[in-house]
Design a protein around this ligand. Structure first.
Ligand SMILES: [Zn+2]
Length: 381
């Protein structure tokens, strides 16, 4: 939040009597009407800030409307209020401020930060573009937001920013890479242990320690040959690792021996709240998760792109969830979930695949590597 705090420092004089009264009585509808109807942009702005303080999701629709107000200070206050409330319905309001052409600079920055706080992977592609901006505050805000979202697609662009001329950007890029927890970036981080900036050196040391422990706990090099599956005890359930809250997101993390074990476990769980994620790490079959929208694979593994591994061709057994496919088409994820039928043994299971290129998936029953060609098997439109 540091980047935009200076625009909310107050010192603009008190609220109108009307706004003050509505704020103290917690009157959301009244403030929403002021936000919509007041002639004076300062009064509309005050109404938005009062709604921010009241932090009530009931104000979200009127704040979304105010994010398109003709006055940029009203738009800024509306974006800040929506960010504080943290409701997924505000996603488009933030995203449009990034992508719909020239926008007042503070509104633009506030929207970048708010997208990070929503932790919606759909924003990753747009934020990567901001990361290339010539403006140092924009690059910093985008690096921080990408770290919060934690999507692997941001790894390479963030590694490029490790060479940024600005020390603050380097520092945030290091922090973001540590948050994404991809130990393959360790060789890129190590030179920054000698960075000229002290904060960068400190942050890098923390990141290297964290990623080294991730690497030790998780032999991330996937086998190139199918491995014999670990002996499965009947009724084994994943081991609970930790529960953590990051901003408004709560993660419950487990470890399981295989993707199948992770999926079986997650199918038996229920998530009915937004911002709540149950994730299961596996040694070489990715991190599987469950949120309000259902099961997901966090990202594809390198071996899943190695078509030479496959011994047979799998088929997509059921019409896939179009929401997931659409998310892939918009760059929000690198895979979507589909029901696959093994080309060798006929087993059916859910797995993450990309589109439109073929993906390698491993049959949980016979361990055969299958290629699945989503581009050929799914006819869009
Ligand atoms: Zn099979």
């Amino acid at each position: 939040m540091s980047v935009v705090r200076k625009w909310f420092g107050g010192g603009r004089g008190g609220d109108t009597l009307n706004v003050r009264a509505l704020r103290s009585s917690g009157n959301i509808d009244g403030l929403s009407r002021v936000l919509h109807d007041a002639q004076d942009p300062q009064e509309r702005r005050q109404a938005a800030m009062a709604l921010k303080d009241l932090d009530d999701p009931a104000a979200v629709p009127s704040l979304i409307e105010a994010s398109r107000d003709e006055d940029w200070e009203v738009r800024l206050a509306a974006v800040a209020a929506l960010d504080a409330i943290g409701d997924n319905r505000a996603f488009d309001a933030f995203y449009d401020r990034l992508t719909s052409g020239p926008e007042e600079y503070p509104v633009f920055l506030a929207s970048v930060i708010a997208l990070g706080n929503l932790r919606d992977r759909t924003a990753v592609h747009a934020l990567i573009q901001v990361l290339e901006s010539s403006d140092v505050n924009a690059r910093s805000a985008a690096a921080e937001a990408l770290g919060k979202i934690g999507d692997g697609k941001a790894v390479t662009p963030l590694v490029h920013r490790l060479g940024d001329d600005d020390a603050f950007v380097r520092q945030l890029a290091v922090g973001a890479l540590a948050a994404i927890q991809d130990p393959t970036v360790l060789p890129n981080l190590r030179p920054l242990l000698e960075d000229e900036d002290e904060k960068v050196r400190e942050r890098t040391l923390q990141a290297v320690e964290k990623l080294t422990s991730v690497q030790t706990n998780d032999p991330s090099q996937p086998p190139l040959e199918p491995t014999t599956p670990p002996e499965k005890e009947e009724g084994t359930s994943p081991t609970f690792l930790r529960r953590e809250t990051k901003g408004k997101n709560t993660y419950e993390t487990y470890r399981a021996g295989s993707a199948e074990e992770a999926r079986v476990f997650l199918h038996g769980q229920e998530v009915d709240k937004p911002f709540h994620y149950i994730q299961v790490e596996t040694p070489d079959q990715g991190v599987w998760g469950l949120d309000k929208e259902g099961l997901y694979l966090v990202r594809l593994l390198d071996w899943q792109l190695n078509l030479g591994l496959a011994v047979c061709e799998g088929t997509i057994a059921a019409k896939p969830n179009l929401f997931g496919l659409q998310n892939v088409l918009h760059g929000g994820a690198d895979n979507f979930l589909a029901q696959i039928r093994c080309g060798r043994c006929g087993k059916e299971w859910d797995d993450g695949i990309r589109y439109p290129d073929p993906t390698v998936v491993r049959c949980p029953a016979c361990e055969a590597h299958n290629t699945v060609d989503a581009g050929r098997q799914i006819q869009l439109g």
